[in-house]
Design a binder for this molecule. Structure first.
Ligand code: NAD
Length: 345
């Protein structure tokens, strides 16, 4: 029996993990709390921890988990910016779910975009009140517009395919452009200057943090629509708010927010929101916020559970070799140079 402390559990997590884990002799200790220095202790007696995007897995937490005998950190997400992989090296192995449904995220980005541009959220509220007026609901055609995609990995490429279906011109920026992909790559400056819509699909790193800030917004077209389904830290939210107030940014569709960790995923209605910046953004008529929901489809939840269970099983039964280990030693965290033939350490 492999015991796993499962942090930040939500009701929708349990069925798929129990379905895949129970037949494989896994026992999940479902914990509602997030992982941090204070709650690491709850993993005592477990061989692994399973964590999500807003759990804190810094050096201090890793030290504690290591002292309790935890051998594996299994992320049930693709992004791993919340894990200090360097601090884990030599102590605890780290695995993630590289892809579970890139369609879920790309389709959510499109859903936000269509909702915003065609004012569906406003129309929905109006007709519920039998207000059938169309004033203020004018949108614009996607057809013929230029969309700038930052990050052309799994999600970005699906987003690009969907945009092409609308008849949009697609330009893209990626630090590692894909060869022979048929994608028109441009510099970031060109992307900012030419795009009617900008959608973010790159990871959050030291390099990409606040890549959309005051300077970038100044280079964009007036009325640009910015979509972020990637990570909140990619956007300097204060600069975005200023851009909206200055009528430079036409609309923002945000599934993620830099300070989301203590806010998103919970029902906070009936409470005073202590984040003035988020409150102000939400109060804007041209901002749509969803609370990190882009991944939330049946298919994605099943794939996340299946891959995470397989990751855990590989680690404990396959001499620690797992395709999805985040290999710090290689210096190429996701694309292990040892081709997964041996452990990271
Ligand atoms: P991916 O690894 O397949 O693609 C990421 C792309 O970004 C790669 O092509 C990479 O070369 C590029 N990139 C790396 N550094 C860059 C930089 N400095 N500038 C520009 N591009 C850069 O990842 P993916 O599966 O497509 O996921 C993209 C992101 O989406 C993840 O990092 C994650 O943060 C986010 N995500 C969000 C949700 C959600 O529910 N909102 C769910 C899954 C993933």
């Amino acid at each position: 029996m492999i015991k796993i402390a499962f942090y930040d559990t939500k009701e929708y997590d349990k069925p798929s993990f129990e379905r895949y884990g129970a037949p494989r002799d896994m026992q999940f200790r479902f914990l509602e709390t997030k992982l941090n220095e204070d709650t690491a202790e709850l993993a005592k007696g477990c061989e692994a921890v399973c964590v999500f995007v807003n759990d804190t897995v810094n050096a201090a937490v890793i030290e504690k988990l290591y002292a309790f005998g935890v051998k594996l950190i299994a992320l049930r997400s693709a992004g791993y910016n919340n894990v200090d992989v360097r601090a884990a090296f030599g102590k605890i192995h780290v695995v993630h779910v590289p892809a579970y449904s890139p369609y879920a995220v790309a389709e959510h980005a499109i859903a936000l975009l269509l909702t915003s541009v065609r004012r569906i959220h406003k129309a929905y509220n109006r007709t519920r009140e039998f207000n059938f007026s169309l004033n203020g609901l004018t949108g614009f055609d996607f057809h013929g517009k230029t969309v700038g995609v930052i990050g052309t990995g799994k999600i970005g490429r699906i987003f690009i395919d969907i945009c092409r279906g609308f008849g949009m011109r697609v330009i893209a920026y990626d630090a590692f452009p894909a060869k022979d992909s048929g994608i028109e790559y441009v510099t970031l400056e060109q992307l900012f200057a030419q795009s009617d819509i900008i959608s973010l699909h790159c990871p959050l790193t030291d390099e990409t943090r606040h890549m959309i800030g005051a300077e970038a917004i100044a280079k964009m077209k007036k009325g640009v629509v910015i979509v972020n389904t990637s990570r909140g830290g990619l956007i300097d939210a204060e600069a975005l708010l200023e851009g909206i107030k200055a009528r430079k940014v036409g609309a923002a569709c945000l599934d993620v927010y830099e300070e989301e960790a203590d806010i998103f995923f919970e029902d906070r209605s009936g409470h005073i929101l202590n984040d003035d910046l988020l409150s102000r953004l939400i109060s804007m008529p041209n901002v749509i916020v969803t609370s990190h929901q882009a991944f939330l489809t049946e298919e994605a939840l099943n794939n996340i559970a299946e891959t995470t269970v397989n990751n855990i099983l590989s680690y404990f039964t396959n001499d620690g070799i797992c395709d999805n280990e985040l290999c710090y030693r290689c210096g190429n965290i996701e694309r292990c140079k040892k081709e997964r033939k041996e452990r990271c350490f």
